[in-house]
Design a protein around this ligand. Structure first.
Ligand code: NAD
Ligand code: MG
Length: 394
């Protein structure tokens, strides 16, 4: 029986994780669930899974949540409030696995703490890895933690690696990664119409049902940019070894090209329960609840080159990882601010890459060798991006 802590339990990945847990209650026990503000979903999850701990980050929602529990069957559950509690539950002595599924930089400290504590880290929160790069990977190596990628592409790549492969090490005989992308909702939209894109259009992904932030990232293809950086770190590769491939059917979730010319691909229906179940059962396999792939209904698989003119965010991500140092942290922070501003309808869709590019231009690639440097760069980049946005709105 393994004990799991789910950070970001109320989000898209958190909900899918609990769906997989439910199918394997003989193998997994939920110790802790965390939410930011969504206490109604958290409450229902706690009633069903009876964790020892629930964390609510938002103070007001935390107080409401505590009041809601009085007189219920889960009244004696420990409720912790505030962001420090994320680290507390991610490092509990009796937790084996931590699902890191908070969105954005807010997930960094808890994911890093789980890595430092030697947990089995199921990593969905790509932003934390992009931000902290070498520090995160070093923490995994130093503590002997096991890092299993949840991002569907990275999980696919991991599955195409030799069985003995561990994340962060050289992939023997692998010469290239083919990182697939659906192309998002605007793959064929005329470029001169992208200035009119609405929030509703941007969050409506053609293939995957996801949180709002990652849906916008998929529309700009910053998601693929973050994933390219993630792949460099997880599989110890240079940016030039990673080829982005647009594959609109989203059946192949990525490929590994070996020196002998063999290309291994992982396929499946586009449902995050597949990579989640893979990581939870690893090194075995178990049922994910996903229907078998009907290969005849696929009919056709297309592959296209990613157009960096249409998707400047992908170009910016390549520039950031190539420059190295704090630049991926700056890219991620400026992107989070720009996406927030777009979702609040303060800037246009096409302003997102502009905000990021103008913010990045103010930084040089100084070393990102301590957590303090990283957090400082993150903060400065957020302020810089806000300043660019104020200029746009004025
Ligand atoms: P989501 O918006 O649906 O859920 C986010 C979760 O994080 C929620 O539980 C929320 O309560 C929590 N959260 C938000 N802000 C927080 C804060 N400040 N402090 C603490 N908790 C906070 O997001 P999602 O789609 O589930 O994505 C989660 C992560 O997984 C992201 O990093 C995303 O890139 C990655 N990911 C998601 C998918 C997907 O299909 N949804 C696929 C691959 C990777
Ligand atoms: Mg992905």
């Amino acid at each position: 029986m393994k004990s799991i802590c789910i950070l970001g339990a109320t989000g898209s990945i958190g909900v899918s994780t609990l769906d997989v847990v439910k199918r394997h209650s003989d193998l997994y026990r939920v110790v802790a669930l965390t939410a930011n503000t969504n206490i109604d979903v958290l409450y229902a999850q706690c009633l069903e899974f009876k964790p020892e701990y629930a964390v609510v980050v938002n103070a007001q929602k935390g107080a409401e949540f505590k009041a809601k529990l009085v007189g219920t069957v889960i009244a004696d559950m420990t409720v912790l409030i505030g962001s420090e509690a994320l680290v507390t539950v991610a490092t509990l002595g009796h937790v084996d696995s931590v699902m890191a599924a908070i969105v954005g930089a807010a997930g960094l400290l808890s994911a890093l703490a789980a890595a430092q504590a030697g947990k089995t880290v199921l990593l969905a929160n790509k932003e934390s890895l992009v931000m902290s790069g070498d520090i995160f990977m070093q923490a995994i190596k130093d503590s002997g933690a096991v890092l299993l990628p949840i991002d569907s592409e990275h999980n696919a790549i991991f599955q195409c690696m030799p069985a003995s492969y561990t994340a962060g090490h050289d992939a023997p005989s692998a010469r290239r990664i083919l990182l697939t992308a659906s192309g998002g909702p605007f793959r064929t939209t005329p470029i001169d119409e992208l200035d009119k894109v609405t929030v509703a259009q941007a969050v409506a992904h053609p293939k995957w049902d996801m949180g709002r932030k990652i849906s916008v990232d998929s529309a700009t293809m910053m998601n693929k940019g973050l994933e390219l950086i993630e792949a460099c770190l997880l599989f110890n590769m240079q940016p030039e070894q990673i080829q982005v491939v647009i594959h609109p059917q989203s059946i192949i979730h990525s490929m590994v090209d070996y020196v002998d010319g063999s290309v291994l691909a992982q396929m499946g229906n586009p449902d995050m329960r597949i990579p989640i179940a893979h990581a939870m059962a690893w090194p075995d396999r178990f049922d994910s609840g996903v229907a078998p792939l009907d290969i005849f209904s696929v009919k056709q698989m297309d592959f296209e080159v990613a157009d960096l003119h249409r998707f400047p965010c992908l170009r910016l991500a390549i520039e950031a990882i190539t420059a190295g140092g704090i630049m991926p942290t700056v890219l991620n922070a400026a992107n989070e601010i720009a996406v927030e501003a777009f979702l609040s309808e303060n800037i246009r869709f096409i302003d997102i890459p502009m905000v990021i590019e103008q913010s990045m231009a103010k930084f040089t690639a100084t070393k990102a060798d301590t957590l303090e440097h990283i957090l400082a760069a993150d903060q400065q980049a957020r302020e810089q991006a806000q300043q660019v946005i104020r200029g746009l709105i004025a």
